[in-house]
Design a protein around this ligand. Structure first.
Ligand code: CTP
Ligand code: MG
Length: 225
């Protein structure tokens, strides 16, 4: 799929990766020969404009390592603040739509990305990939199940989350306190959000074992080739 030239990608990577531990922040860790952040950026190759948010502490490293047509922007103290900074860079630049992606999801597939673009091209103001919850859900306290919880209609949200640029920028400005993700801000602003196909392999590297899982997924992709 040809990505329209008025579409931009934001790869947000200004976090510190506290839960992942390790010597360096997770986005700079190597995953089978390439850094996590470089893989996340490479997935958006077809986009004419890519904005990457980084912690001010990582800016020198970003300039040295992230070659190609990327614009580096200093992120903020929260994910929402980082993304707002990137959205403001795109304002007035002729960009009409933006896909906002976690730098910590390096295994996003082209199908997931084009699914979001196709929904926006069909007229959606917002579209994002998700997977229905398939496990049973419980409430538990102090190691004991207290009640089953209905999973009907529940989805696990992923990124990239796609939006008309003016709509998501207005939603950020209306809610400067931010939210867990951009879909939450869109919903608060009354924007309908289309659900597109997610992918089990589009994991967000969050805890130490997630890196081994990502290596396994990359390894089995190599076996198929
Ligand atoms: N993120 C960001 N700016 C922040 C915080 C997070 O751009 N101030 C980004 C992260 O770099 C990551 C994505 O948002 O790509 C999802 O966040 P998360 O998985 O929570 O990453 P971290 O915040 O880095 O990790 P942790 O919460 O464990 O510290
Ligand atoms: Mg975080």
């Amino acid at each position: 799929m040809q990505i329209p030239s008025t579409y931009a990608a934001i790869i947000t990577a200004a976090g510190r990766g506290t839960r992942a531990g390790g010597d360096i922040p997770k986005q700079w860790r190597d995953l089978d020969g390439q850094s996590v952040i470089a893989r996340s950026i490479a997935a958006f190759d077809g986009f004419a404009r890519i904005v990457v948010t980084l912690s001010p502490d990582d800016m020198a490293r970003g300039i040295a390592e992230l070659a190609g047509p990327v614009t580096l922007v200093a992120g903020g103290d929260t994910r929402s603040a980082s993304i707002r900074a990137a959205l403001e860079v795109l304002e007035g630049s002729g960009i009409t739509h933006v896909l906002i992606h976690d730098g910590a999801r390096p295994l996003v597939s082209q199908d997931v990305i084009t699914g979001v673009v196709a929904a926006l091209q069909s007229g959606a103001t917002a579209a994002a990939p998700a997977l229905p919850v398939t496990d049973a859900l419980w409430r538990a306290k102090a190691g004991h199940v207290t009640a089953p919880a209905p999973r009907d209609g529940l989805y696990r949200a992923q990124t990239p989350q796609g939006f008309a640029l003016d709509a998501i920028l207005a939603a950020h400005r209306a809610h400067p306190e931010g939210a867990a993700d951009d879909v939450e801000l869109a919903i608060r602003a009354g924007i309908p959000v289309t659900v597109t196909q997610g992918d089990e392999d589009n994991l967000k590297l969050t805890y130490p074992p997630d890196f081994a899982r990502a290596e396994r997924i990359l390894g089995s992709a190599m076996d198929i080739r």
